[in-house]
Design a protein around this ligand. Sequence first.
Ligand SMILES: *Cc1c(COP(=O)(O)O)cnc(C)c1O
Length: 433
Amino acid sequence: MKYYSTNRKAADATLEEAVVKGLASDKGLFMPYTIQPLPASFYEGIEHLTFQEIAYRVADAFFGEDVPADTLKDIVYDTLSFDAPVVKVTENIYSLELFHGPTLAFKDVGGRFMARLLGYFIRKEGKRQVNVLVATSGDTGSAVANGFLGVEGIHVYVLYPKGKVSEIQEKQFTTLGRNITAIEVDGTFDDCQALVKNAFMDQELNEHMQLTSANSINVARFLPQAFYYFYAYAQMKRAGKADQLVVCVPSGNFGNITAGLFGKRMGLPIKRFIAANNRNDIFFQYLQTGQYTPRPSVATIANAMDVGNPSNFARVLDLYGASHEQIAAEISGATYTDEQIRETVQQAYRETGYLLDPHGACGYRALAEQLQPGETGVFLETAHPAKFLQTVESIIGTTVQIPEKLQAFMKGTKQSVPMSKDFADFKDFLLLK
Ligand SMILES: *Cc1c(COP(=O)(O)O)cnc(C)c1O
């Protein structure tokens, strides 16, 4: 499969080139030339398949031409060694729990898949070391770091905004050591993202070392996120609830929802999507006005969605031929203040007993507000509430049990490299590597 750049100025890339480069040379995002619909027979029997079986069919449609079947199957099965159950919250609202992986958030899927796929390409070609740069507002860093931990031939640099991620999140990528280096940037998430983007564009740096991205701009990270939309549909079909399915995605950089949109293109019967934002409502504003106006992110209690210029907006535009009308026909928006998020976590807990995390709360609330008669809603519960312990405990007024996986991270010792937000400093640091 060939990949083109959303800016249409760079040469086409193979899958391997797209994965190794991350971003196209014209700063565009890679898109596959074809999105292969899956046959009707697949959808007819989907409720009888396991998560791994479903995911392999989807992976085959994306990557089957470029990766041998056995290898691809191994990668998929190894990536999805945990479940993503759909749990009923109210009569017509369900939670797709994506927090049963190693770092208890959905990004484990893309992080692990990408690590395995890149590892395969490096082994196959006997390539020189590849250096992964990843900017994180919290969860990406831990998912990518844990996905890549110990993968030979790859070093990971995680850039994160000082003081703006929770202690538990920070521990998940600053305590690993080995091939993982955490860089604590004196700035915002957008500053971290800018440092990474500048590094990719810097010729001297790129001659010095092979750089790639593991943010959701990388096709190997974002496409595998389509897997669980299919699995959610299968579970809803099994429950006899799949007829008018509305899927709501708490969104920041828009990688997650874009993968769902790809699923719909492949014939997955999802009626429509809702993108739920926190106060960083750039996409919400775009839906209302047709104008896309990025602006600096503001800090919220759903911090993994504090994004002021969502990278994958370029892919959404591309997918719909830049038609605002078509985008607004399939996706609606929502935006919530911290106050509203708190209110939602508390109310849902009190009325249903279900404990939301601040991100999932945006998704749940958007469904509660926007679902039409006859529709069934599934929101993506993107992280375990214990990852936002202080916030969640202060809202519900009781203690939250911390899963063992998280407790293990808390015991580690933080190690990080302090960094200013000036690109020159970051570049000097990398040139010494
Ligand atoms: C990353 C993240 C999001 C946002 O996902 P995008 O793909 O960036 O839109 C939402 N919730 C949590 C918990 C996350 O970690």
